[in-house]
Structure formats: structure tokens, C-alpha cells
Design a protein around this ligand. Structure first.
Ligand code: ATR
Length: 273
């Protein structure tokens, strides 16, 4: 029988993970089946355990289960611990190994696919929730000149900056503190775009030669990307590359083979208009 993998979430109908992993498996000649499971609210542990008991080798976890997944793990990587969230499991006997590849996938997309090094750059990330938590450590490992977290609830940004202060130079602030400051790369890691909202970021944070990156995927030109475009930013991106790159990290972790990502990114790209 083929090795079994799955993504669990609720709702799960929109997931692209079976398509991505199916493409990876075909391209690398790996004998596996990857399915989608609609997890039941409040019963994450039971659902994950039954997939594992049926021979499952690994899982991806998506909303709303990332925190329950954290509790289900028996061992967590440093990045999963720092993110406070898990997006991939590997089952090895009694062990449930947990990882979070969102931040490393995002970093890989920016540096390798978009050709935009973080080293020495002034980097701004909007939001101080789970998406930001996952990104901070991989960003700091790249050695940016400056890393700033801006959040509506300023305390959350400052608490995050304090928590990670041993890993590099970063600071937390509110949106009004950004007046008069420019950045080479601006990430929108808030959930505002999911509701068509714009975080209250001043347009002066953008630089024309810089990059504006929306972590949400497939929403076209979100209010954040539109603001960046109007401010003259030439390079705009959404989270399609991040989505595919985090999947490639998980695939490599499970199978020991790193798949090419370009075909899956091309297949899933939704035009930014
Ligand atoms: P996720 O796991 O997707 O990061 P989250 O942990 O709920 O989700 O965090 C959502 C982030 O988006 C938070 O930083 C939130 O700001 P607050 O901490 O002040 O609530 C931010 N956010 C959501 N809607 C926003 C909006 N309209 N403008 C600015 N920030 C917003």
C-alpha cells in the first residue's frame, strides 16, 4: 500500500495541499497518497490519532487546529515552539514529531524565488499573531539590518520582540510610530486581507525598489498590495510561493527528497489584479 499522508482542517474544501503534494510525488517518483480530512471541532486529538492508527505517516495541520496540534505533539522543533503553532507532524512509532514550516517557506520564497535577500535590509512585518510568530526566527537567521513588528495592539508586538531578543535585533511598535520610516521589504502578516481590510499602515513605509509581500494567498490585489502599488512599489507578491515552499519543506522532511517548486507555484498563481 502507498504511504499515507493528509492535511487536517475545518473547513478543508479549499485546501491546495493534496494537489501540491500530488505534483511533488509524481515529479519525484514517491509512492504516496495525500488526502484531506475535515477535522471535527473539539476532537482534533481523536481525528489525528485515528489517522495515525490507520497507518498515516505524517500530516499537515491547518486552521483552526494549529494550537491543538501543538499539544498533540510529543516533540517539537525550536521553530514550532517559538511559533507556538504546528503545521506538520511526522509519526515515528510512539513519537509525534512536530514542525512549523510556514516561516522557513516564506523566507525561501522571498530569498530564492523572488530574488530578494533579507540580509542587510530594513524589514517590516505587520501583525503580531501566529503568522508573524512563525516568520520571525527564519527572518532573523537571514541577518536583516533591522526587523520591526508593527501591530494594532502594540503590547503584543513589543512582547514578541522581547521574547525573541536573544535571536537578533528586532523591535515592536504601533502603526503611528511608523510615520517617517521607510523599509526595503514590507510583509502583511495580519488577517486583515481575509476580510478585505487594510491595516492602518502609512504609505510612506514603502520604497519603490522594495518588495511588498501579502502572506494571504489567492486574493488578488488586496488593499495592502493596492496601497503598495499606489506608493510606487514595483515588486508585489502574495503567499502562493510561501504555500508551496512550506509544502516542499514538509515533503523533504517526510521523504528525504526535495521537490522542485516552480511548476506548483505556476499552477496555483492567481494574477494580482
Ligand atoms: P494569524 O494566526 O493568522 O496570525 P491571529 O493570531 O488571530 O491570526 O492574528 C491576527 C493578526 O492580524 C493580529 O496581529 C491582529 O492585530 P491585533 O493583535 O491588534 O488584533 C491583526 N489584524 C487583524 N485584522 C486587522 C486589521 N483590520 N488591521 C490591523 N491588524 C489587524
Amino acid at each position: 500500500m502507498s504511504d499515507q499522508y493528509a492535511v487536517i482542517g475545518n473547513p478543508i474544501g479549499h485546501t491546495k495541499s493534496p494537489l501540491i503534494h500530488g505534483m511533488f510525488a509524481e515529479a519525484t517518483g514517491q509512492d504516496l497518497v495525500y488526502t484531506a480530512i475535515e477535522g471535527r471541532p473539539g476532537q482534533f486529538a481523536e481525528d489525528a490519532a485515528s489517522f495515525r492508527a490507520a497507518g498515516g505517516r505524517g500530516m499537515n495541520v491547518t486552521a483552526p487546529f494549529k494550537l491543538e496540534a501543538f499539544a498533540f505533539a510529543t516533540e517539537r522543533s525550536q521553530r514550532a515552539s517559538l511559533a507556538g503553532a504546528v503545521n506538520a507532524f511526522k509519526f515515528e512509532g510512539e513519537r509525534v514529531l512536530a514542525e512549523n514550516f510556514d516561516g522557513v517557506g516564506l523566507t525561501r520564497d522571498v530569498v530564492s524565488n523572488l530574488g530578494c535577500a533579507l540580509r542587510g535590509k530594513r524589514v517590516l512585518i505587520l501583525g503580531a499573531g501566529g503568522a508573524t510568530r512563525g516568520a520571525l526566527l527564519p527572518f532573523l537567521e537571514q541577518g536583516p539590518a533591522e526587523l520591526v513588528i508593527a501591530n494594532r495592539t502594540v503590547d503584543k508586538a513589543q512582547a514578541l520582540a522581547t521574547e525573541l531578543r536573544d535571536h537578533g535585533a528586532l523591535r515592536g511598535c504601533g502603526y503611528q510610530d511608523l510615520e517617517g520610516q521607510g523599509f526595503d521589504i514590507v510583509f502583511n502578516a495580519t488577517s486583515a486581507s481575509l476580510r478585505g481590510e487594510l491595516p492602518p499602515v502609512p504609505a510612506t513605509v514603502f520604497t519603490a525598489d522594495g518588495l511588498a509581500y501579502e502572506l494571504a494567498y489567492g486574493k488578488g490585489l488586496t488593499p495592502f498590495l493596492r496601497l503598495a502599488q499606489q506608493a510606487g512599489v514595483r515588486q508585489l507578491a502574495d503567499g502562493v510561493g510561501m504555500l508551496v515552499e512550506q509544502a516542499a519543506e514538509a515533503f523533504d522532511w517526510w521523504r528525504g527528497v526535495r521537490p522542485e517548486t516552480a511548476a506548483a507555484i505556476a499552477r496555483l498563481t492567481v494574477p494580482l489584479c
